[in-house]
Structures are given as structure tokens and as C-alpha cells.
Design a protein around this ligand. Structure first.
Ligand SMILES: [Fe+2]
Length: 186
């Protein structure tokens, strides 16, 4: 992962790229070890010492995390998340050609709840307002309509819920002073 300076990080009303350097080989190991060991793809931080270390350094992170694998060219259509307001997504593999898009909210959007994916699919066609490729640990606002698709390879990410279900803007304030943190595996 390339070194970045604070100035080049994207920070807007939809995402905030975080100035943290993680050990991606270690994270790949964590994902390989965890994947499939939970029926609902949800895992606990306490079972993984490296994740515990990351949580200590980024004080908005909660105790539950997920692994999302999208096959090539597959993903999620326009939706809002049902049980979380914001999260931190961490790319693991196949993310370079993936695209996440955000859309302008409308009043009284027609939604259909998906209990398996725990989200509300949005039926209306909405105006795209921001397009983004996940390339580094990034805070996401899950209450704005968004979609995410893999590119031409399988895309694997860690999606990590926030402490006490913090909202996006509250979370941003808490980590406003976070600067160029390196979180080594050992
Ligand atoms: Fe989502």
C-alpha cells in the first residue's frame, strides 16, 4: 500500500480515507482464518489480536466485523444499510477495479427490506453524486443510498462496525486528530 499524505486523502460527506498504514499480509491471514467460521459472516475482534491492536489505535471501531466477498462484476445495488449508520471498510484483495457509488437522497424513497443482507434496497432511480474506489481503510456513511460492485476479479473487504453505532459525522469528529498512524502486526 502506497504511503499517502493527509492532503491527498478523500474526505467528504460520504467517505473519509484514514491516514493509517496497516499490515495487509497480516489482515489477509486474519480473513483467511476467519472466513466461513461464522454463519452470518460476522466475527468478533476479541478473537484476533491484530484487530484488537487496530481497534485501540482507531477509537471509533466496535467489536464486530464482517468479511464481504463479491464475485467478479457482482455486488450490491442501490441500498441503505439497515442496522448501522457508518462503518470502516478495509480492502483486502481485488478492489482496484471495484466501484462504490453514492446517490442523492430523496424524501419517501420506496425501499424493500432484505433480511439476509440486512439492508433496504431502493427502488427509485437516484442521481449519482460521488463515485469511489476503495483503496485504503475508509470511513463510510451507510445511511446515504449507495451501491458497490466488484470489477473483473473477486473483491474481498473487511467491513467493521463502529462503537455504540456512531454516526458518520460523530465518528469523523472523534478521529479528527488521527494522523499517519502505523499499526504493525507485532
Ligand atoms: Fe452498504
Amino acid at each position: 500500500m502506497d504511503i499517502c499524505t493527509r492532503e491527498t486523502l478523500i474526505d467528504n460527506d460520504y467517505v473519509k480515507e484514514l491516514p493509517v498504514q496497516l499490515d495487509f499480509n497480516k489482515l489477509k491471514d486474519v480473513v483467511d482464518k476467519a472466513y466461513g467460521s461464522s454463519k452470518n459472516h460476522q466475527y468478533m475482534v476479541t478473537d484476533y489480536p491484530y484487530l484488537h491492536r487496530i481497534q485501540k489505535a482507531i477509537p471509533i471501531l466496535g467489536w464486530r466485523w464482517n468479511i464481504y466477498k463479491f464475485p467478479p462484476n457482482k455486488g450490491l445495488g442501490v441500498h441503505v444499510d439497515a442496522r448501522r449508520r457508518a462503518c470502516i471498510n478495509i480492502p483486502i484483495s481485488g478492489f482496484d477495479t471495484s466501484v462504490t457509488k453514492f446517490y442523492r437522497e430523496q424524501n419517501n424513497m420506496a425501499t424493500v427490506y432484505d433480511p439476509v443482507k440486512v439492508l433496504y434496497n431502493i427502488q427509485d432511480s437516484l442521481e449519482e453524486v460521488f463515485s469511489f474506489t476503495l483503496r485504503r481503510p475508509t470511513l463510510f456513511r451507510n445511511t446515504v443510498p449507495h451501491s458497490a460492485y466488484a470489477g473483473n476479479e473477486e473483491r474481498v473487504i473487511i467491513s467493521w462496525g463502529l462503537r455504540d453505532d456512531l454516526g458518520f459525522f460523530e465518528a469523523k469528529q472523534i478521529i479528527a486528530d488521527l494522523a499517519d498512524v502505523v499499526i504493525a502486526a507485532d
